[in-house]
Design a protein around this ligand. Sequence first.
Ligand code: GRF
Length: 217
Amino acid sequence: MTQSPLAVVALISGRGSNLQAIIDAAADGSLPAVIRAVISNRPGADGLGRAARAGIPTTVVDHTRYPDRAGFDAALQQAVDRYQPALVVLAGFMRVLTPDFVAHYHGRMLNIHPSLLPRFRGLHTHERALAEGATEHGASVHFVTDDLDGGPVVLQARVPVLAGDTPERLAARVLVQEHRIYPEVIRWVAEGLLRMEGGQVLLDGAPLSSPRLLGAQ
Ligand code: GRF
């Protein structure tokens, strides 16, 4: 059994709506986790205000103040490790992380990505889904590895692409699902159901060979 409640540090860059979903789930008792800190690489990130309103300590590690990626990541790692998290969650964190940083948090760092991975890794997923004429789209929670947006996917939720969709409308539909699946996966970690050993994800003691799918609500 993992420590209870699970100690989490969240990394953000902006709006922080996924962070808010995690804060809310921890507050309403459905997620046995304590968010020890929220760290942003952008001083003006709206998510910092959400954290402050929830009484969560915040730190800014401004990437523009570091000469290179390695220097930034070393400072970020120090800021994260001050809080000794069992789990690091990337919640709209928009920086590519160095292999050293990723290795340091191997098996204890999650990301949420607004597509049905392995489709549409990287940026502008909603625009790309529409441009390709996809009939469905969605969101994925995955363990972070060196392979950008390519680590093992744990849970996904699908949404239909509707006639007349714009990237904004599609993004909003996907975001509703993001807010469901991220707290859910963190809960699995908190309850000791989910872990990654080597490159293998174990859910409830069994290897996870394909992502779980969260049903429609
Ligand atoms: C989300 O769509 C997330 O999947 C992506 O960036 C966006 C962040 O939104 N990685 P928010 O900051 O959580 O509101």
